[in-house]
Design a protein. Structure first.
Ligand code: DGL
Length: 259
């Protein structure tokens, strides 16, 4: 069981921003990535639909022997993590949520922008977190309109992308935010563009990937699930969106097609 893969799930390609940190920090662990590219984006879909899609996808991953599931999708976590934990009590699940706490604790201006999908920002999880820190900072929830589509179509470097991203980022900075939380795993792929827009202004981007990786390590130890030290890891990519999409997943993390 210990050499079985860790499952990494996202609605599409966004979870690869978590996958690459896991691969770097856990070099003995096999990883099975499932991107639901055929049904992405999830962000504006009704709660029931996101729940059903997430449960179906996770069941496929479990049938491939995953020893742990990382919901590398803030939207899927907001909707489905409690349900999945109740349904599969023996499986360790790691969920993602916007890194509001470190942003609120470090802001100097007292204003924190949280970029995420509509479904994540509506969710109980985010409402609870923002209520908890409401007396420490002004939290501005903002949907990254069009961001997921750009990343799914690998248009990060196209000239029009900067305009789409600017339309979302400038109002957050104008409102006085000095922290911008990337609360959707697709958004780190736009980090360079966001940094260019921020320019010299004292605004820090806050991401959750490292905290999630530490949580994965903690749970591997707690459940005694670490792969053997001499285990040669395998990296599997799955999707029902077809072979070209699977190749695009591999390309996004710098693995050659078919290898
Ligand atoms: N990457 C996902 C997240 O972290 C969702 C993107 C989408 O499907 O809308 O929220």
């Amino acid at each position: 069981m210990n050499n079985n893969p860790i499952g990494v799930f996202d609605s599409g390609m966004g979870g690869l921003s978590v996958w690459r940190v896991l691969r770097e920090q856990l070099p003995h662990e096999s990883l099975l990535y499932f991107g639901d590219g055929a049904r992405c984006p999830y962000g504006a879909r009704p709660h029931e639909e996101v729940l059903r899609f997430t449960v179906e996808s996770v069941e496929k991953m479990l049938s491939h022997g995953c020893k742990m599931i990382v919901l590398a999708c803030n939207t899927a976590t907001a909707v489905a993590v409690e349900h999945l934990r109740a349904q599969y009590p023996a499986v360790p699940f790691v969920g993602l949520e916007p890194a509001v706490k470190p942003a609120v604790l470090s802001t100097e201006s007292g204003v924190v922008g949280v970029l995420a999908t509509r479904r994540s920002l509506d969710g109980e999880l985010f409402c609870r977190t923002s209520a908890k820190y409401a007396d420490r900072a002004r939290i501005l929830p903002v949907v990254g309109e069009g961001f997921v589509e750009i990343v799914e179509q690998s248009r990060e470097s196209e000239p029009e992308t900067e305009e789409t991203v600017r339309r979302v980022i400038e109002p957050i900075i104008d409102a006085g935010a000095d922290r911008i939380v990337l609360g959707c795993t697709h958004y780190p792929f736009l980090r360079e563009v966001i940094e260019r827009i921020i320019g010299e202004r004292p605004v820090v981007i806050v991401d959750s990937a490292d905290a999630v990786e530490r949580r994965v390590e903690y749970l591997l130890d707690e459940h005694n699930l670490r792969a053997d030290k001499n285990h040669a890891p395998s990296y599997t990519f799955m999707s029902e969106a077809g072979e070209p999409y699977i190749n695009a997943l591999r390309t996004k993390v710098g693995l050659c097609e078919g290898k």
